[in-house]
Design a protein around this ligand. Structure first.
Ligand SMILES: [Zn+2]
Length: 593
């Protein structure tokens, strides 16, 4: 019989501790201390309480816990002295069937890892879906993590322990994250489609209107139909649109969705997660034969990343009536215009058809978007969900400082006009200036000395500036200070410079009532509310111009890395994002009825 929360909440401390036995390796104190925080409203709240207990216990206790774990495929496995839980996990992952070469490689890694970090390598070998990593995946992760900073790796070991416990706890409670499994499996299946040149290398690249992009369209349409959407179509720019009618088909709609195109060699969740989550929610409504007092319109946006054509946010832009006519004549790397690409993909390729896509904002309640965080914050604080307060406004510049190229041997230090040294000063200034203000970031991502050589004082230095903040005012104040500093540096060093603003996007603060709905949804799951800005741009920025919007962030694994094949999420986190979305639907139901 699976354990129930009521049972756990009602048990005496000793009984409750016995019910949670075997969660943390040889460390029952973690569950015991967490149990002092009963009653738990959800299994997620219990998980989070244990995360907090270990966090508060300090480094020594954390190290003791890590050291209580067996080595991966180590002596304990061979001599069969693992705990029952570890035996199950290590054999389910196939580690007991290692080839001699694999076994030897793991022993080498174990030795190197122990020498570097002083504790054994810990990996949740059941993986992000709970079905087990392959031995090749385990070995690759092991080798990669060997390169981590020791402080970071300690945290990564703890995160893996919590993930192991999460799955052990699910087993105890007989809980299966079935919504999350559906989302996770959709992400895997959609990632089967990839552009030529990348597909062969197992990399995910889906750029605008390629064959792989059209295959994704077809797949999303099939899924929408299977989930019970009433209307499914592909619009003039390739957005996949599904409508699930409200009890009155004319009722206003909740608009949601995200993009299905990817960057080159990107991840499986960026954008796509925000399409799958509402699909699963609508599937549940349809299965229950339920109609809400409002409709749900899900859009899989065709283009957000601006990879094949420089037309970022093309999909969501067209929906709000912003489509630059010049884009149709833009050519990709093979010389194919966007108009030609649209026609080849069965779209009309006319401004008239694109213009007809424009939505009337008064037909919508608002826009919500679920998105993988694409940053390290949630992963670092061990929280699955974050509520977005604002999508950062940004401004970008490219510039060049010009000094005098001269002989590195014969030009005395006090006679130099070194352009690179000047830009280096600027880099450090921006770093300090941005670090001094919360939620402000400044980056010099491009820095080059054109035609530089080892024995020449740099005469020119090209650079870029990228400044983002939650408000336009904070962004602009930082930009103004940085530009003034550039002026001062150049005057002092006797240099001159050019600077061109190449991009400016306004901040998109979440609509307070929509942000509050996400907050209540997170709270309903038993999780603390964590508010955070979005450092990256999203489709919600476009919809923001015509209707209220708010976003929910979902934790990414591997430090939240994104635009990278290591981007990853667990079935449990995906499951929570579906449940949060469902809660927003329920809130709207009670508000509107
Ligand atoms: Zn995205």
């Amino acid at each position: 019989m699976p354990l129930t929360l009521d049972q756990l909440n009602a048990a005496s401390p000793a009984e409750a501790a016995a019910l949670l036995d075997g969660l943390y390796e040889h460390s029952p104190w973690i569950a015991e201390r967490a149990l002092a925080r009963r009653p738990f409203a959800s299994i997620h709240q219990l998980k989070h309480a244990m995360v907090q207990v270990l966090d508060e216990a300090g480094r020594d206790a954390q190290l003791t816990l890590i050291r209580a774990h067996p080595e991966l495929a180590g002596k304990a496995m061979v001599s069969k002295t693992l705990t029952a839980e570890s035996t199950h996990e290590q054999s389910a992952s196939g580690l007991t069937n290692c080839s001699p070469a694999e076994f030897e490689r793991i022993q080498q890694l174990n030795a190197a890892y122990n020498a570097r970090f002083g504790f054994p390598f810990i990996l949740a070998v059941r993986g992000p879906r709970g079905t087990g990593l392959t031995r090749a995946e385990i070995i690759a992760t092991f080798a990669r993590r060997l390169g981590n900073h020791p402080d970071f790796e300690l945290r990564e070991a703890l995160r893996n322990i919590h993930r192991i416990v999460e799955m052990r706890l699910n087993d105890k409670f007989g809980f299966a994250p079935t919504f999350g499994n559906q989302v996770w499996d959709c992400a895997e299946l959609l990632a089967q489609h990839s552009d030529p040149g990348y597909a062969e290398q197992g990399q995910l690249t889906v750029t605008y209107l390629t064959a792989a992009h059209q295959a994704c369209q077809a797949q999303l349409q099939r899924w929408m139909s299977d989930c019970g959407f009433d209307e499914v179509s592909v619009d003039a720019v390739g957005n996949v649109v599904g409508v699930y009618h409200g009890s009155d088909p004319q009722a206003r709609r909740l608009l949601t969705g995200s993009h299905y195109d990817t960057v080159r060699n990107g991840g499986k969740y960026d954008g796509r997660l925000g399409i799958f989550v509402p699909l699963v929610a609508v599937r549940e409504l349809h299965r229950a034969g339920r109609r809400l007092p409002f409709g749900i319109e899900v859009i899989g946006f065709a283009e957000e990343e601006g990879q094949r054509y420089k037309a970022t946010f093309l999909g969501s832009g067209a929906v709000i009536g912003q489509f630059d006519p010049a884009w149709l004549e833009q050519r990709d790397a093979d010389g194919i215009t966007m108009r030609e690409a649209m026609r080849a993909a069965g779209r009309p390729g006319t401004l008239e058809a694109i213009g007809a896509m424009k939505r009337d904002p008064s037909s919508y309640l608002g826009f919500v978007e679920v998105h993988i965080e694409q940053g390290p914050v949630l992963n670092e604080i061990d929280l699955p969900l974050g509520v977005v307060t604002s999508i950062n406004g940004s401004v970008r510049y490219v510039g060049e400082v010009v000094g005098m190229a001269s002989h590195a041997g014969t030009t005395p230090m006090d006679r130099r006009r070194d352009a690179a040294a000047a830009v280096a000063e600027l880099v450090l200034f921006l770093e300090r200036r941005a670090a001094g203000v919360p939620n402000l970031v400044g980056t010099v991502g491009m820095l080059e000395v054109p035609g530089g050589s080892i024995n020449v004082v740099p005469g020119r230095c090209r650079f870029s500036l990228d400044i983002r903040a939650t408000t336009n005012e904070v962004r602009d104040a930082c930009a103004a200070d940085t530009l003034a500093e550039l002026e001062r540096i150049c005057t002092r060093r006797g240099l001159h410079h050019t600077l061109e603003e190449t991009m400016r996007a306004a901040a998109a603060p979440s609509a307070p009532e929509w942000q509050a709905r996400w907050e209540r949804a997170v709270e309903s799951l038993g999780l603390p509310i964590y508010r955070m800005p979005s450092g990256a741009g999203h489709d919600a920025m476009k919809l923001h111009e015509v209707m209220p919007q708010a976003m929910l962030f979902v934790r990414g694994l591997n430090s939240g890395i994104s635009h990278n094949p290591l981007e990853s999420s667990t079935n449990d986190d995906c499951d929570l994002s579906v449940r949060a979305f469902q809660h927003v639907l329920e809130q709207l139901c009670s508000e509107l009825s």
